[in-house]
Design a protein around this ligand. Structure first.
Ligand code: 2RA
Length: 421
């Protein structure tokens, strides 16, 4: 698939540009705006804010996509008691967009038999996972590790009677035949696919702001410096930070002696750690390379557009922060950049130096929307560059919300159907 920024520029009312944005190989890239299928209820990027606000019916007062069909579904979650699994449950129940016929939770022998209290479906027993039981669901969210996904995801989704599987791990993100989806960017590519990969949190959060700007100004280069919360390492990561912080505060405040670090490479309280995931041969870490690989696949950016990321762990609980610098193909107009971000679904602009308004984990935590602020022309790239700061809840847009939005998109576009129909 190939499209040019000209089509996108004209779709949003800007002067046409001539830059080719994409390669010809990515089947899961965003469709050109002119060929997107829009049922009339499906918000696409640049749907006017007023329409999105009318459609929004969730407790988080979000500008994320919504609207639904009348179908109701048997929804399975594997890993429902983990940090991401819990938020998947919350997103389904709080948003109320995906209609639930039955919720089923699956776990290992250790958790099978326990009961989970849900907001709308009462107490739900955790069943021992089996492929056959998971296949009885219409859609199954996998909030477990990549090894589990590699072993079971394809078997759960195989054939016409298999379930749709939305996998949170990195197991399938780079497989050319499996879509990697941020619904606001390339949601259409879920059609005809039963196994969908959910992106890495850092990628999903950053692209919410980057993609509308690519559409407006084109892109030549992306540089990201990320400050990532403990939740990226799941509940054990958050526990290690909070327990270690208590312990540190009881000490002499000069030494980390005795502070346990089983999850992170060093004690995280009152520290920053410039390593997330394993080092690669090129000196980057795997987390950093994920941002490059995944952004290319989701936005259909060619190898000629360098994307570079640094990933640093900081002692916050669950919102990732990102400094993003873009070199653009076309001259940047700051007013248009702001407007583009204000109109983008799932994004909220927090940018007023006079009132010290900018994105922070303090305000982004628990929010469906990604906050964007500190928007300015880049001194490095002059009129052809933007620099800004983004914060997004790692467990929501970075994982659970994105996965649930994928299912909602599949409900809308007919990729998800109910076996009880
Ligand atoms: C982290 N971004 O925060 C990673 C999770 N994929 O550890």
């Amino acid at each position: 698939m190939k499209f040019t920024s000209a089509a996108l520029f004209s779709a949003i009312g800007f002067v046409a540009a001539t830059t080719t944005l994409s390669t010809t190989t990515n089947a899961f890239a965003p469709l050109p705006a002119s060929t997107r299928q829009n049922s009339g209820t499906t918000p696409i990027a640049f749907t006017p804010r007023s329409i999105l606000e009318n459609q929004s019916n969730n407790a988080h007062n979000s500008r994320s996509m919504s609207s639904t069909t009348l179908n109701s579904y048997t929804i399975g979650i594997v890993g429902a008691t983990g940090a991401v699994g819990k938020e998947i449950r919350n997103c389904i129940e709080d948003r109320g967009v995906l209609k639930v016929d039955k919720l089923r939770f699956f776990g290992s022998k250790r958790s099978a038999g326990k009961t989970v209290s849900t907001k709308n479906s009462g107490d739900v027993d955790i069943e021992l996972f089996s492929v056959d039981a998971a296949r009885e669901c219409d859609v199954v969210f996998l909030a477990v590790d990549g090894d589990f996904a590699l072993e079971h995801a394809k078997a759960i989704s195989a054939g016409d009677d298999g379930a749709i599987v939305i996998d949170n791990s990195s197991a399938f993100r780079y497989e050319p035949d499996i879509p990697l989806v941020v619904p606001e960017i390339n949601g259409e590519c879920t059609k005809g696919n039963k196994l969908i990969a959910n992106p890495n949190c850092t990628t999903a959060i950053g692209l919410m702001a980057i993609w509308p700007l690519i559409k407006a100004f084109g892109v030549k280069k992306i540089l990201m410096s990320t400050y990532q919360a403990s939740s990226g390492a799941g509940q054990p990561g958050m526990d290690e930070l909070t327990n270690g912080t208590k312990q540190y505060l009881e000490g002499d405040l000069m030494s980390h002696d005795g502070i346990k670090n089983e999850i992170f490479a060093y004690p995280l309280p009152f520290n920053v750690i410039p390593q997330i995931d394993k080092f690669q041969e090129n000196g980057y870490t795997k987390e950093e390379m994920k941002v490059t690989w995944e952004s290319r696949k989701i936005c259909d950016l060619g190898e000629d557009i360098p994307i570079s990321c640094s990933a640093v762990r900081i002692p916050t609980i669950r919102a990732h922060s990102e400094v993003i610098v873009m070199e653009t193909e076309n001259k940047v107009d700051l007013k248009i950049a702001r407007q583009v971000l204000e109109d983008a679904p799932g994004v909220v602009v927090k940018d007023d130096p006079d009132t010290l308004t900018y994105p922070m984990p303090l305000t982004a935590t628990g929010s469906y929307d990604v906050e964007v602020g500190r928007i300015r022309k880049s001194l490095a790239f002059g009129d052809y560059g933007l620099e800004f700061f983004v914060c997004g809840d790692q467990l929501l847009r970075g994982a659970a919300l994105n996965a649930v939005l994928v299912a909602e998109e599949m409900d809308r576009n007919g990729a998800l159907s109910s076996s009880s129909e």
